[in-house]
Design a protein around this ligand. Structure first.
Ligand SMILES: O=C(O)COP(=O)(O)O
Length: 222
């Protein structure tokens, strides 16, 4: 393994999370007598954080600009309800992608430092990772609200490189979207992309990653 530090995106890279995110969004919309959104819409809204996804869903169903939703007094209440629904749904319809657990275990055993860098807010990141018993496999977890900025800002990658004393030539970022590729580019590290995740409806091949890998087995054989 030519890397000493491997950073992973969460949604669409480690775990297929969109089905239960859609369930929790639709639980919330139903609670406020709003119409449901589709699975495809939810998939395409993933990338900027779960809070932002909820704003997009409310803007769409309420036929209101996202800015209006974001600043509405009622949004705090709706978000609080969503948190409860999402905590209930976590682990019900999400699943690890093939070879994720074995690969993380093998990398760890060979001394590679592992971290998650996600735009998902910390409370959701922790619930999802815990529900799949993944928390003990990571040396550091950076969520969308851990630092003052989130991806594509490279701060999360810089934080991990500094903490573990790893140079950028020895750091790899693995993700599923143009946001991940941009984050890695901004940090000057190598980036590999997976084709099965959520890339806002765009083909991953167009993102300019150093490699598009079919699945996690590419990480154990490289
Ligand atoms: O929660 C999101 O929208 C994005 O999460 P990710 O950065 O792990 O893809």
């Amino acid at each position: 393994m030519p890397f000493d530090l491997v950073l992973f995106d969460l949604d669409g890279t480690l775990i297929e999370t969109a089905p239960e995110i859609a369930d929790a969004v639709n639980d919330t919309l139903a609670r406020f007598q709003l119409p449901a959104v589709s699975q495809q819409q939810v998939n395409d809204w993933i990338g900027h954080g779960t809070r932002e996804l909820l704003i997009q869903a409310l803007a769409f169903t309420g036929n209101t600009p996202a800015e209006t939703v974001r600043h509405a007094d009622s949004f705090r209440l709706i978000e609080a309800e969503f948190s409860v629904f999402y905590a209930r749904r976590c682990g019900t319809r999400s699943r690890l992608y093939p070879r994720v657990r074995e690969t993380l275990q093998a990398l760890r055993a060979s001394g590679v430092k592992l971290a998650v860098v996600t735009n998902k807010e910390g409370r959701y990141t922790e619930t999802v990772l815990r529900s799949h018993d993944l928390l003990p496999l990571f040396d550091r977890i950076i969520s969308g609200d851990t630092l003052p900025v989130k991806k594509p800002d490279p701060a999360g990658i810089h934080d991990c490189m500094q903490r573990f004393g790893v140079a950028r030539e020895r750091t790899l970022f693995v993700g599923d979207s143009s946001i991940d590729v941009a984050t890695a580019r901004n940090a000057g590290v190598t980036v590999w992309a997976l084709p099965y995740g959520y890339n806002m409806g765009q083909p991953i091949e167009a993102c300019g990653a150093d490699r598009v890998i079919p699945d996690f087995s590419a990480l154990s054989t490289s």
